[in-house]
Design a protein around this ligand. Structure first.
Ligand code: ATP
Ligand code: MG
Length: 552
């Protein structure tokens, strides 16, 4: 479906109404990752929704780092996130925003709440605070520090900030309602003491704002009109609105929630992906088996495929799990149109042409239906490699079942000659090491002569110019559709065969300088890109097979 045909989603309905009522002049959205890991396919959906809305309405979308917790955050993640968002094709305008740039302003607002009698410094420790909070069925109890004077709270908050108070000894809390049915409103914490340097503000702060106190205020500072997040924040919305009501903010943003994207056979939780990385189950965040944007990129998935997939999904008010096959459909669709053709033999099997001693070059199109992608040159010579699986010693196999080479019969070499297999050469151990064949002259680009019926068309490379390479073929990372469901330990369901590394493969000479990120269809095998993780060697990663032959 094109954008025009697609029914508008509930957020677009809200925006249309806001624009026509004049409540909003320019749509401003944001994508607010915490830099505590790499972005995954779920984030891609959020990016497409937020940047997509800004694009559609001629507004802007800020990439804003929610860097309020120095404990888990790192500059490496900041850089990786910027790279991923830009690679997906979105413009960062004047650059990313950082929550940490607003720490000063947030602190001023915290003091404002205190002076309004709407916040206080509390000395309950974490355990006591839990006790006082109550449960879903039981109301909470007021903190004994709730009614201390504003003057005292202001002075203690300043001491907290200056590092004069121990971690965990005090917090700043909003004074809302300990009996609220919404636990988020039971005097939530606004600031915690963390005597920890921050990657951007250094040692300046000994206290850091909570997500809830920071997020809506950051939105207000940036003039965000529609703060779009995932459903798990729905219960935080009353608190978000409590702040926008009780603080003198420069603008009043509104929060809307949509369903998270989950994909089966993988996980979309940064925390769990981090566990896979930290425990060495994968080769870092960008391992081609990871559902991270950088992993998908290294795998050879294009940015367009990710965008097309995300934009095909509903923006709904319920969480959903999408079938991996649906994503793969978009990956394949894109590669079929955009990947240049090439030949690579995974298990080289030597063929010597007894009646041919020349060397030739053939110019062949890079893509069968896209002339504009140009031509490539194939070298041809007396010795070539075909794939081991394309020759069988069993001559009784029917033509229908085995459309490949057997002794006494013909096949066409893709874009080259028709050949006939004549004789098998074995080594002392009885292993076939070579097949002697003969070439049928004048068959390049020509129909087979009378009386010659090739069994099929197979791929090949020349022996004298093909290059050695390694090919990585991937399977799903997990053996079950929902590896982290309920109390499952995802590690129990890791697929031991998710990576098959094949060395000693042979690729046509033109791919010696293949560029990581360029896409190729290896004829009859699948779609590949050069591995960006090992540019010293010629390594190709399989993005996806030609057909969906994966069985559930
Ligand atoms: P995770 O649960 O993987 O740690 P997160 O929500 O903690 O993700 P953030 O860095 O806070 O990660 O996410 C940034 C934005 O991306 C948030 O607005 C969040 O709602 C959105 N987001 C995260 N995961 C998904 C998902 N699976 N589908 C859609 N949006 C997502
Ligand atoms: Mg989060």
């Amino acid at each position: 479906m094109t954008d025009v045909e697609k029914p508008i989603n509930f957020i677009q309905q809200v925006i249309n109404a806001d624009l026509s009522a004049g409540r909003v002049k320019k749509v401003i959205t944001r994508f607010p990752p915490e830099p505590n890991g790499y972005l995954h396919i779920g984030h891609a959906k959020s990016i497409c929704v937020n940047f997509g809305l800004a694009e559609q309405y001629g507004g802007i979308c800020n990439l804003r780092f929610d860097d309020t917790n120095p404990e888990k955050e790192d500059e490496e993640f900041v850089q990786a996130i910027i790279e991923d968002v830009e690679w997906l094709g979105y413009d960062l305008g004047e650059g990313p925003c950082y929550a940490s740039n607003y720490f000063e302003q947030l602190y001023i607002w915290a003091k404002y709440l205190i002076t309004q009698g709407k916040a206080y410094v509390c000395e309950l420790n974490a355990e006591q605070m839990r006790e006082y909070r109550g449960t879903l069925t039981e109301v909470g109890k007021n903190s004994p520090f709730r009614d201390r004077t504003a003057v005292e709270s202001l002075s203690l908050l300043e001491d907290m900030r200056l590092g004069l108070i121990d971690e965990g000894a005090m917090t700043l809390r909003a004074k809302i309602d300990m009996a609220s049915p919404n636990i988020n409103l039971r005097d939530p914490v606004l600031y915690r003491i963390k005597k920890m340097a921050h990657q951007r503000t250094g040692d300046k702060w000994n206290i850091y704002p909570s997500y809830d106190f920071a997020h809506g205020q950051e939105d207000a500072i940036e003039g965000v009109t529609h703060s779009v997040c995932t459903l798990e924040f729905a219960a935080n919305r009353p608190l978000y609105e409590w702040f926008t009501t009780n603080l003198p903010l420069p603008s009043i943003p509104r929060q809307y929630e949509f369903g998270r994207l989950n994909l089966n056979y993988t996980i979309t939780s940064k925390r769990k992906l981090k566990q896979l990385v930290d425990q060495g189950h994968v080769d870092g965040w960008s391992d081609p088996r990871m559902p991270t944007i950088s992993g998908l990129r290294r795998r050879g998935v294009s940015a367009a495929a990710i965008r097309n997939f995300c934009n095909s999904l509903a923006v709904a008010k319920t969480d959903g799990t999408v079938d991996m096959a649906q994503f793969e459909h978009f990956i394949r669709d894109d590669l079929n149109v955009n990947a240049g053709r090439a030949m690579c033999v995974f298990k080289p099997f030597l063929i010597t042409l007894s009646n041919y001693s020349e060397q030739e070059q053939f110019n062949v199109p890079c893509h069968p239906n896209r002339e504009e992608l140009g031509q490539r040159t194939l070298d041809f010579g007396r010795q070539i490699y075909i794939d081991r699986s394309d020759f069988s010693e069993d001559t009784t196999l029917s033509r229908k079942k085995f459309k490949r080479l057997v002794i006494g019969e013909y096949v066409r070499l893709r874009s080259a000659y028709i050949i006939r297999a004549d004789e098998i050469i074995k080594d002392a151990a009885g292993e076939i090491i070579e097949v002697i064949a003969s070439l049928v002259p004048d068959t390049v680009g020509q129909d087979a002569p009378e009386g010659i019926r090739p069994r099929g068309v197979i791929h090949w490379v020349s022996k004298h110019t093909s290059a050695d390479c390694t090919v990585n073929v991937y399977d799903r990372l997990f053996t079950v559709a929902s590896p982290d469901e309920g109390d499952r330990d995802m590690l129990d369901y890791l697929n031991p065969d998710s990576l098959v590394e094949m060395t000693g493969c042979k690729v046509e000479a033109g791919l010696v300088d293949a560029i990581a990120g360029d896409h190729y269809q290896f004829e009859r095998e699948g779609y590949f890109t050069r591995d960006s993780g090992d540019l010293d060697n010629l390594v190709f990663n399989c993005t996806i097979g030609l057909r969906d032959n994966w069985k559930a």
